[in-house]
Ligand binder design. Structure first.
Ligand code: SF4
Ligand code: SF4
Length: 182
């Protein structure tokens, strides 16, 4: 995947959008928007089916600057459009892909062609390895080509450390929450 990473905190410039959102509005459901006190996984109360955002011109920067990978990556076909795949793919940190799963379809990430592609992106034996996180509401999983490590409920005050350790000549994936540095 060669998409430009974006931020959803309103500070970074929006990358060029290469595909229109069309009927998709899944980010208005999946993302937590702190300034609106909108929880993750629940439709924003400013959203109306058919007409979209009712406060478009004054929507917070978190909304206006947000672009999912599908909208900026030529490589992702129509089957990846978030309202079809039920997967919202984005990032806020270089070297990390976040896959937020529509909580109404919690197993969508296990479907093909999605799971195979997530595992391919998770290959750490490449010049620019990516940490691939799947989040289902607050449950976090770290994806590896060999499988996934289920971290359970997200610990928002912590960051994630993941990689491999070697035991008896075998590489074994690990992932854990770690205290965030001050
Ligand atoms: S999830 Fe992506 S494609 Fe869908 S509305 Fe949001 S930015 Fe557009
Ligand atoms: S304010 Fe508008 S753009 Fe932002 S989440 Fe709500 S409906 Fe979507």
């Amino acid at each position: 995947m060669s998409a430009v990473l974006t931020e959803r905190d309103g500070r970074g410039p929006a990358p060029p959008q290469v595909k229109p959102c069309g009927e998709c509005s899944l980010c208005c459901k999946i993302l937590r928007i702190n300034v609106l006190e909108k929880p993750a996984g629940a439709w924003c109360h400013h959203f109306a089916k058919g007409s979209g955002c009712s406060i478009h011109s004054t929507a917070p920067g978190e909304c206006r600057k947000f672009q999912c990978y599908w909208s900026i990556a030529d490589a992702l076909g129509e089957e990846w459009r978030p309202d079809r795949s039920k997967l919202l793919i984005w990032s806020n940190v270089p070297g990390r892909i976040i896959v937020d799963v529509d909580p109404s379809h919690p197993n969508a990430w296990r479907h093909e062609p999605f799971l195979s592609q997530l595992r391919a992106w998770a290959n750490r034996d490449v010049p620019a390895p990516m940490e691939v996180l799947v989040r289902i509401k607050d449950r976090m999983l770290v994806i590896f080509p060999e499988g996934e490590v289920d971290l359970g409920p997200q610990q928002t005050e912590c960051s994630i450390s993941s990689g491999y350790h070697v035991a008896n000549g075998r590489k074994i994936p690990y992932a854990q929450f770690v205290e965030a540095r001050a």
